[in-house]
Write a new protein. Structure first.
Length: 350
């Protein structure tokens, strides 16, 4: 009876709330196996939410799906002493992830114009061309931050940017797992720069945490992540999905390359806005350093990772470009949403 009550309570919750409780359930495997039909019913619920969110484009269902995915990805990187850690490889949780990911990617494939596999040179040219032409690479959000945002809006941008920035070292480390030997020098250089080149105080995660602390945003960061719109979760989830799944590894390389290519121009505008608002230069050094270093990294990903990969494995080209398209699309959606939220907040307080 107790197990049946547990199952019914979980099934009555939203997908994200129920998923979080499922992840943190002690002896989860034993409970699932001891409760007849629970797994089937739960996966049926997941399928329904995935259909609503990704096939029918229902925003509320899409938000539920991405919040659930966010929690499942965080499980893969949780602390060893976290109560959820024993559930990391639970079959039911993997089934949930697979259902949501496949529905999400199917919707993205239907929305994006696919690119055929091309030569190494044409592939990197395609990625560069996509970046140059896409609205995400010169988005109005960054013009707003440069010349219009007030201090509160800028701080909200920092907080909303934190979910991905705090995780980026882990993502780079995951990009090295199972990598081709000829790509590793570039990946190692990226990781070395990300870790502060031997200086812990200059590690990028550390400098970003410094920024949050200086602005009094440490608690706001957690509140902001919990309140992210689905577009914010989707951007984070794209990195995590492609970094954690071997099936999607080539897509990860396209995701990473685009990030390094479009960030410098955007971050230059963030730096301009920080100077305009009187932030101390040491406080926003996370952004100012990326203005210069990501220019080098962007070309490094193209020439030292993607070109030799496609020379060795031509079939990888289509996935690499698809990853680039996914990153650009997720950036645009997130930037559109964030700009609207920041403008509404600023003008409502004026």
């Amino acid at each position: 009876m107790a197990l049946q009550t547990w199952a019914e309570n979980l099934l009555s919750l939203s997908l994200s709330a129920g998923g979080d409780r499922l992840i943190h359930t002690p002896m989860l495997r034993e409970r699932v196996e001891g409760c007849e039909s629970f797994a089937v019913r739960y996966l049926s619920k997941v399928t329904a939410v995935a259909t609503q969110g990704f096939e029918e484009n229902d925003a509320a269902a899409k938000a539920e799906a991405h919040r659930a995915l966010f929690a499942l990805y965080e499980l893969q990187l949780c602390r060893p002493d976290d109560e959820a850690a024993p559930n990391q490889h639970d079959p039911l949780l993997y089934s949930v992830r697979n259902l949501l990911e496949r529905a999400w990617l199917a919707a993205e494939r239907a929305a994006l114009v696919p690119c055929a596999a091309e030569s190494p040179a044409r592939t990197v040219n395609t990625i560069a061309r996509l970046c140059k032409a896409h609205d995400a690479s010169s988005h109005r959000l960054f013009d707003y931050l440069a010349v219009q945002a007030d201090r509160i809006a800028m701080q909200r941008f920092f907080a909303s940017d934190s979910a991905l920035n705090i995780r980026f070292f882990d993502l780079l480390a995951l990009s090295m797992v199972g990598s081709e030997e000829f790509t590793r020098p570039e990946l190692v250089q990226n990781l070395w720069d990300e870790s502060g080149r031997g200086n812990r105080n200059e590690a990028h995660v550390h400098t970003f945490r410094d920024l949050l602390d200086t602005c009094g945003l440490t608690q706001m960061r957690f509140n902001q992540i919990g309140a992210l719109p689905w577009q914010g979760y989707a951007g984070h989830n794209l990195f995590m999905m492609t970094a954690l799944s071997r099936e999607h590894y080539w897509k990860l390389l396209g995701v990473m390359a685009v990030t390094e290519l479009i960030d410098p121009a955007s971050y230059e505008k963030v730096v301009h806005g920080c100077r305009r608002l009187g932030f101390a230069g040491d406080a926003y050094r996370y952004y100012s350093e990326h203005v210069e270093i990501d220019v080098v990294h962007g070309q490094g990903w193209l020439q030292n990772v993607i070109v030799p990969l496609i020379e060795r494995t031509p079939a990888a080209a289509a996935d690499v470009v698809f990853g680039a398209q996914l990153r650009l699309a997720s950036c645009e959606q997130y930037y559109d949403c964030l700009l609207s939220l920041l403008e509404q907040t600023q003008y409502s307080m004026a």
